[in-house]
Design a protein. Sequence first.
Length: 60
Amino acid sequence: MEGRHGNLVESGAYWLLYVVSVSGALLHWRLGNEGLAAVCAAAAVSGALLIGRGYRGIAA
């Protein structure tokens, strides 16, 4: 996708990844499944990095 609409869709996808991953990490940790909690936490970190990369690209 090109232009502003593509950037909004991409940013929205990264935010969705972040929110779902954090929720999943907390849920799995609470249920005692530390392995899946770690996988979800890693996905949340990667989502946060992707969100930051997008904002850094806009500011530059």
